[in-house]
Write a protein that binds this ligand. Structure first.
Ligand SMILES: Nc1ncnc2c1ncn2[C@@H]1O[C@H](COP(=O)(O)OP(=O)(O)O)[C@@H](O)[C@H]1O
Ligand SMILES: [Mg+2]
Length: 434
């Protein structure tokens, strides 16, 4: 017979093993670091110019960042901070290197599906990396207590108060006080004030906006992390709703993000849990764009279909049930996404079953399906072993062709993502100007 203590002991053994793997992978500091990028990569994949054009530009102006030489001494390697400085200071063939950035706040994209293993985290991580390499400042929010994105970004010691759970507690306190303040006589308010909420909610809720945001090894990617204990937010939130019946529990993260300065980030990417619950509804209500990855198998198609229906139903229920409370809280319902896109992942072009499934997706969802699927690639498996994305992985440590094909697949998906993003972003910026 085995009970909870056996499960806990198994958990302990595995955590010890993981710590050993981290030690071996990220030695000597056991801290994940971002590698530099070669002239070859920068010219071919980022600036889209011949390497010699870039070399000449650097030689002409010694005040520009010059990178470091490695190996044979010919290839120069640049940190992302140096690449971003080049973006600010250099024009190549008359073209600016900084990416377009419409006015206003950052765009928010939820990568979501309620099936596990469809590639949500891999997609969120690679889009975040690609956007940072493109010159954008990115905030990732890990809504999934499995915390794969958090771990893959090198954070391992996270407390639940510093996750979306904490943001929800803080929101509950702030909303409780806001709602109380709308009554001339506090005794008329049927709901509690913040100081009448449980002590743990108040203490987690006392954090400041920036306390939830942690740096990663990428100079332009921050993260609001998750951890296993954050799974209990699903139980806790049900309890909080019981404590404060006027709390618009689905609007916490949107309200939180509205408090951030508009120019702190360009893009905010949510990695969602494989479930429809308090966290994923917060992600949906905060998102401008919904990105739904799905694998090429029949059951993934089946599950994606259910997910769209379930999320639609949950959003409709909220629109009906919360119309008045949401209006009081300044939330306009029904929730509108600027775009919804489906992205096929782990796709093998020469697999007839995958092609048939892609056709089925296109038949049913038409232009909402991304033209460029993410290909199945050993580079993801290989780089995953080192707890890195394809972008983070040094191409000298695997077959160059495998790395290049994988990178190009993610780059194509990112290119299409960027078009979707910019269209929505310009629309949002134009709406604000009116
Ligand atoms: N394009 C890909 N090629 C190869 N393996 C992939 C690819 N995308 C995802 N995987 C693998 O599939 C598994 C699930 O991916 P993950 O992103 O964690 O899914 P989710 O977040 O939806 O649960 C992981 O082991 C991951 O390494
Ligand atoms: Mg995941």
């Amino acid at each position: 017979m085995r009970d909870h203590s056996d499960l806990q002991a198994m958990n302990d053994r595995s955590l010890t093993q993981q710590a050993a793997v981290r030690k071996a992978t990220f030695s000597p500091g056991e801290v994940k670091a971002l590698r530099p990028f070669s002239i070859w990569e920068i010219s071919q994949f980022m600036f889209d110019v011949p390497a010699d054009t870039l070399r000449r530009k650097l030689a002409d102006d010694p005040s520009l960042p010059q990178g470091e030489t490695e190996d044979d001494g010919r290839q120069r390697w640049f940190s992302l901070a140096e690449i971003n400085e080049l973006r600010r200071r250099v024009k190549l063939r008359g073209k600016k290197l900084a990416p377009e950035r419409p006015k206003g706040r950052a765009m928010r994209v939820a990568v979501s599906n309620f099936k596990g293993g469809v590639g949500k985290t891999v997609v969120a991580q690679h889009l975040a990396n690609a956007a940072a390499l493109d010159g954008y400042r990115v905030l990732c929010i890990d809504f999934d207590p499995q915390a794969t994105l958090t771990h893959s970004m090198g954070l391992n010691d996270v407390k639940e108060g510093n996750t979306v759970w904490g943001i929800m507690c803080r929101d509950l306190c702030r909303e409780a006080d806001r709602i109380m303040s709308t009554y001339d006589d506090p005794d008329d308010c049927p709901y509690p004030a913040a100081d009448e909420l449980p002590d743990d909610v108040q203490s987690i809720g006392a954090q400041r906006i920036q306390d939830f945001i942690q740096p990663t090894c990428w100079p332009t990617i921050d993260i609001i992390p998750s951890c296993a204990n954050a799974a209990f937010v699903e139980f806790a939130s049900a309890q909080y709703r019981g404590l404060h019946k006027a709390w618009t529990f689905f609007g916490c993260v949107a309200r939180y993000l509205d408090e951030l300065p508009d120019d702190q980030y360009d893009l905010i990417i949510f990695d969602c849990p494989p479930a429809i619950g308090y966290q994923s509804l917060n992600a949906a209500f905060a998102a401008d764009i919904l990105y739904v990855p799905s694998g090429p198998g029949y059951w993934e198609y089946d599950s994606t279909t259910s997910y769209l229906g379930q999320l639609g139903d949950a959003m409709e229920d909220i629109s009906d049930g919360f119309a008045t409370l949401a209006a009081d809280a300044g939330i306009s319902l029904p929730k509108q996404f600027l775009d919804v896109r489906l992205l096929m992942t782990r796709f093998e072009a020469n697999n007839p079953l995958h092609s048939a499934m892609m056709d089925a997706f296109r038949n049913v969802f038409g232009a909402d399906v991304c033209a460029h699927p993410i290909e199945m690639t050993r580079a993801v498996e290989q780089s995953g072993r080192f707890q890195m994305s394809v972008y983070e992985q040094d191409y000298r440590q695997m077959t160059r062709e495998t790395w290049k094909r994988a990178r190009q697949s993610f780059d194509r998906a990112y290119g299409e993502f960027k078009e979707t993003l910019l269209t929505a972003w310009r629309e949002n910026a134009a709406k604000k100007e009116q």
